[in-house]
Design a protein around this ligand. Structure first.
Ligand code: SF4
Length: 241
């Protein structure tokens, strides 16, 4: 697909409902996965499963998630009667990383290496089996996400045939709209949200935020705001320079 086609698609999708964007994505790609982080992007699971009960839903188990998140992933699986493809880090590289640097090296030399092993490599492997993926990224989540498109060529990873398309159906939605959907459709949600967590990631690298803080300020709070991506959406950082 040429870049100009993405531009036209984004213009066309500007007023579209997320569910209609997901429907379009399903129609366009035979191998497409829905990324589920264990947080409020659960609404993507809700929409996707209603469109296709056999939708490929996957999540990354870094080994460092909150107990509440593990329970929530299981709850979502049971609630929708689906099997979630839980991707785990490659054992040998994780063992040698932990042996060499311990369990909390990210507080000293940044989160990239740990995220690389626990998230990026498993994600790369998963995406190499797909033509497209769907994520819960929204513009209002952080400074690194303010330019997120509804659909774009993913230039960070490679898909099954080389090209990979990334859909962000919630790009133009606000946090309020997401929670309105959760309440309206009785969608299960991670209990950490009741404890002040807005953005949910690994336990050591996530903390609740105060009122009026960007939700991703609770992630890697010891690092600069413009670097707060784990590499799943590395293009956001590149585009910010
Ligand atoms: S968020 Fe923290 S614990 Fe999780 S993979 Fe990244 S650096 Fe490691």
């Amino acid at each position: 697909m040429a870049p100009t086609d993405f531009e036209a698609l984004n213009t066309g999708f500007a007023e579209s409902r997320p569910k209609d964007i997901i429907r379009h994505a399903f129609e366009q790609h035979s191998t497409i996965g829905v990324s589920f982080s264990g947080a409020e992007d659960v609404i993507l699971v809700d929409m996707a499963v209603k469109l296709n009960p056999n939708a490929d839903i996957f999540t990354l188990d870094t080994g460092r998630l909150h107990p509440e998140t593990y329970r929530f992933i299981e709850e979502v699986s049971k609630h929708y009667g689906i099997r979630i493809d839980v991707r785990t880090p490659e054992q040998a590289s994780l063992q040698s990383f932990v042996k060499e640097k311990g369990l909390y090296s990210f507080f000293e030399d940044g989160h990239q290496e740990c995220c690389g092993i626990r998230k990026i490599t498993p994600l790369r492997q998963k995406l190499s089996t797909l033509d497209a993926w769907i994520t819960g990224q929204r513009k209002d989540q952080s400074p690194t996400r303010s330019d997120v498109n509804i659909v774009e060529a993913d230039t960070t990873f490679k898909g099954l045939s080389g090209n990979l398309t990334k859909y962000n159906p919630l790009a133009n939605w606000t946090s309020s709209q997401v929670w309105e959907y959760i309440r309206l459709f009785d969608v299960p949600f991670n209990k950490l949200h009741e404890q002040g967590f807005t953005s949910i990631g690994c336990e050591p690298c996530t903390r609740p935020v105060l009122p009026n803080q960007h939700e991703r300020e609770g992630r890697w709070w010891w690092e600069e705001a413009t670097h707060k991506e784990c590499g799943l959406h590395a293009g956001n950082i590149i585009s910010k320079g």
